[in-house]
Write a protein of this length. Structure first.
Length: 325
């Protein structure tokens, strides 16, 4: 439904541009232009709505520009508004109007303040108030985002318990490392088993979830076993960076998180495991049903022998207290 609404609005926008460029506007459009600054108001409303709809359809996708990032929907809307305005240079009887363009930009900016359609779209992007500021991040530390993939989310083949809440905290960590140039690696599981029921090669369920969308150029490691170090280049990548400590988050706590944290500790890494940024599911053994909350608590308790198990806030505080190397 979201994509259909966006498609219909894009078709409407294209029709409006065609009308204006060919001077064939219907009466209602001409009446709008007769109002004082009616064309500016039109640009404000149309491109603000476009940015809002694009961000609604792609709530988690962002484009990074060094220490800050923008929603992908906003970037696309800015690009369309800019191209549409300057294309008028090549159309007879039309001229590019910088004030129309500014009105479009203001509409796009205003769209980011409209009450969100869903809570997930309202999550703030961590800025310097959360992440380390003057000191930055220690370059001997790397963030591992393990298996935060679509099959673990609603509609996927192996839905976990509250995966989105964990992903939002993982995203906060990811933004922190992005903003301060910290090493970070996306780890993506693709099953090689012919009997696999999820993370099947070629299936969209293997994709990194939009909540922690992988940006082009960011390191990514593909694995086929719970242990992210097994038959991958993860260890070589971390050693090449001079990494001594890992910040770990992802899914599932009782499987790939457990296996990777234990392996990392055995390999000599100091490990910080972010409890709230991990998710798991209900299990059953011997006729006993074990709720996800108990699975989570049991595995995190056991992993305290291999890692510092911390909350998101504790992790950020520890990172912020250290001098960049």
């Amino acid at each position: 439904m979201k994509k259909l609404i966006l498609f219909l609005f894009l078709a409407f926008l294209g029709l409006v541009i065609f009308w204006v460029n060919t001077n064939t506007q219907p009466t209602i459009v001409r009446d709008i232009y007769r109002f004082p600054h009616g064309d500016k108001v039109g640009h404000f409303v149309i491109y603000g709505t476009l940015a809002y709809l694009l961000t609604w359809v792609m709530p988690f996708r962002r484009v990074s520009f060094g220490r800050f990032s923008l929603p992908l929907g906003v970037v696309i809307a800015i690009a369309i508004a800019t191209l549409e305005e300057f294309s008028q240079i090549f159309i007879i009887r039309r001229n590019a109007d910088i004030y129309d363009l500014l009105a479009s930009y203001l509409g796009i900016y205003a769209s980011t303040w409209i009450p969100c359609i869903s809570r997930t779209n309202c999550q703030p992007v961590p800025r310097s108030g959360i992440c380390p500021t003057q000191k930055g991040l220690s370059m001997n530390t790397a963030l591992l985002l393990i298996d935060i993939q679509k099959d673990y989310f609603p509609g996927g083949k192996m839905e976990l318990v509250e995966p989105l809440a964990a992903a939002q905290k993982a995203y906060a960590l990811l933004q922190c490392f992005r903003e301060h140039g910290g090493h970070h690696v996306h780890i993506q599981h693709i099953s090689k088993s012919p009997n696999a029921t999820f993370f099947i090669s070629g299936d969209r369920g293997t994709d990194i979830h939009d909540s922690v969308a992988h940006f082009e150029g960011e390191p990514i490691v593909y694995k086929h076993y719970p242990n992210a170090f097994r038959e991958t280049n993860l260890l070589e990548t971390l050693q090449g960076w001079g990494v001594k400590r890992l910040v770990v988050c992802g899914m599932m706590t009782h499987m790939c998180i457990d296996a990777t944290v234990r392996a990392a500790a055995d390999l000599g890494f100091e490990v910080m495991l972010v409890s709230g940024a991990c998710a798991t599911r209900d299990l059953e053994f011997g006729g006993v049903h074990v709720p996800a909350a108990q699975v989570q608590a049991a595995f995190l308790a056991a992993l305290r022998s291999y890692a510092s198990v911390l909350t998101l806030e504790q992790t950020i505080t520890r990172l912020a207290s250290e001098q960049s190397i």
